[in-house]
Design a protein around this ligand. Sequence first.
Ligand code: SF4
Ligand code: SF4
Length: 333
Amino acid sequence: MIGLADLRNVTVSVTDRCNLRCAWCFKSSGGSPASAGLAEDEVRRVIDRIKPFAHTVTFTGGEPFVRRDIMSLLGYAASSLPRVTVTTNGVMVQDHQIPLLASYRVVMSVSLDGGEEFHDRLRGEGTYQAALRVVEALVDAGVEVNLQTTISAANLGQVDYLLGLAQTLGVHGINFMRMRALGRGVKFRSLVMSSDQVEGLARRICQAQERSDGPRVVLKDPLINTIRPKMVRMAEDQPHAISGGCRAGISYVYVDTDGGVQPCPYLKLQVGHVLDDDLEALWLNSPVLLNLRRRSQYQKCEPCGFWPICRGCRADAYHATGSYLGPDPGCWR
Ligand code: SF4
Ligand code: SF4
């Protein structure tokens, strides 16, 4: 039985504004009109609401650093919750902000999509060098930095380069995730990875994870659990308990720029409003969130032995089939 204490991770989109116009941005951020997001006092109220149970809050956007009050918000979040993360393209982070980020112990997730030529083609000229400069300065200041890479068929071949770059930069980790045909990404539908490509990537990442030195390598994809012997054993030992996999509605919700609560940023099903609704009631009673926890509601995943540790990407299932309980197109099983 999932309770409020299980809601450990909350991501809050603090703006749809952005200094860049990245080609496959899933939110089409930076276009116009772009929502500036909740007011500073409202974001603080969100923090107040989640702090009794959440462990990690992630600020995302858009580009969070376009907000003038971003350091004040990060400081407030850091004084309220054990872990604060912010996703950024890095370009707008100012030198004078870096010591403060270090003192708040904020974790920086900096987007990097490949080598300079590829990254700049996607995000704009000069953005690769700008991001690298900021990463180096953050690492020097002792800030925990994770590179954040969105992978499509176009940059699958750059994974090894990125793993090497993470090592050279001395970052804490590198996170990979699937590119999705959402927002401006709709135009790049043909580049969304096939299930064979998801499998190949998962196996490559597992291999990289076997190295004990260097950055922590993560594939944010539930399917990777199906090739991890330890996770597979967990599924066999406890076939009816959720012990990993897609965390949407299991240990996680997303708060969109207007305050709407969704199971995940990519699963655009609003289940309530973070300031207008009782979060505990939402978490415990939302039919969408309840369905995500009920094996009997799943289609292809229901009879699958990997259900406790996987359940596929519910957002990709939704966009491919119209049902968030349908089959994940990335599943190779
Ligand atoms: S059927 Fe579902 S649970 Fe099984 S491996 Fe595929 S996505 Fe995972
Ligand atoms: S729906 Fe997909 S992107 Fe969202 S938490 Fe689940 S696996 Fe991750």
